[in-house]
Design a binder for this molecule. Structure first.
Ligand SMILES: [Zn+2]
Ligand SMILES: [Zn+2]
Length: 284
């Protein structure tokens, strides 16, 4: 049989696409065969989060050293310095221990409580996982909008959310620069979708990736053209959230623009860019 197969002509395009899927399958099976559910859910998820955060933040860190990219920086008058980036990294490292390790230990207990499947054979179709991730994004955006407004209430702002607003001109790594209480309150928004749709560990990991890409993109400080995230209708993007950091008010939703549109909390943002457009026309 092996001789017959080896004698058959091979379509290289077909085999490379199949082998990449098989590569993923082999890696997943290797993981589930060699590690316990505790190791995968708690330490695997935590390590995956940490590594993803570094990788996704990397482009906006590198952009500051590329002169061509400076034209895309949103707040041109506020350059980054090594000192403020180091200050940001220090708190992120503390948060790894204070927030992320307990959070992923909790994630393991959730997986056990609902007996969440981990195996490759029980993995849902890719389009089902993507549809669930989109629903998670809509739910998280709603939760975040209202609780973010609450965190801006003058009686509590200075105790919790002020820390995130240390950065008037944000950069990618600022995404998780927040008070532990804020991380817990707003972080709950990422869990509601999982509680509703959790059907496999893969949903937790893909959703984590999408959420990290979104939050790091909106904090990047760069409005780069041809950004594929803008293919999503109503996606706010870096310009939208950067204005929130610059102005301290308005544009409370992290991902989509609809809640700010409905409640009129995007008015200052619109006026600001209308003024900028008028000034640019005058100078021509
Ligand atoms: Zn805020
Ligand atoms: Zn922010």
């Amino acid at each position: 049989m092996a001789d017959i197969l080896s004698a058959m002509p091979v379509d290289e395009n077909y085999t490379s696409s199949v082998s990449s899927v098989v590569g993923f399958e082999q890696a997943w099976r290797y993981m589930t065969d060699n590690y316990t559910r505790f190791q995968i859910a708690a330490f695997g998820s935590g390590f995956f989060h940490f590594l993803s955060y570094i990788l996704i933040s990397l482009p906006s860190v590198v952009f500051q050293f590329i002169p061509y990219m400076q034209r895309f920086k949103i707040q041109q008058d506020k350059p980054l310095t090594g000192a403020n980036q180091w200050e940001c990294i220090k708190l992120l490292l503390v948060n790894q221990f204070v927030i992320h390790i307990p959070f992923y230990l909790g994630a393991y207990y959730y997986c056990e409580l609902v007996n969440l499947p981990f195996t490759y054979d029980t993995m849902p179709k890719w389009y089902v996982t993507l549809a669930h991730c989109f629903a998670c994004l809509v739910i998280e955006d709603t939760w975040h909008y209202f609780n973010h407004r609450l965190l801006h209430h003058k009686s509590i702002y200075k105790y919790i959310h002020k820390l995130h607003h240390t950065w008037q001109s944000p950069f990618g790594m600022v995404a998780e620069y927040a008070h532990p209480i804020e991380t817990m309150v707003l972080g709950m928004g990422t869990m509601w979708g999982i509680l509703l749709f959790g059907d496999h560990l893969i949903l937790l990991w893909v959703w984590m990736w999408i959420r990290l890409i979104e939050t790091i993109d909106v904090h990047s400080g760069y409005d780069v053209p041809l950004n594929p995230m803008h293919l999503f209708p109503f996606y706010g993007g870096a310009k939208f959230h950067d204005f929130h950091h610059m102005n301290f008010n308005g544009n409370y939703a992290p991902t989509f623009t609809w809640w700010d549109k409905i409640f009129g909390t995007d008015i200052q943002f619109k006026e600001y860019y209308e003024m900028k457009e008028i000034e640019a026309k005058k100078q021509k």
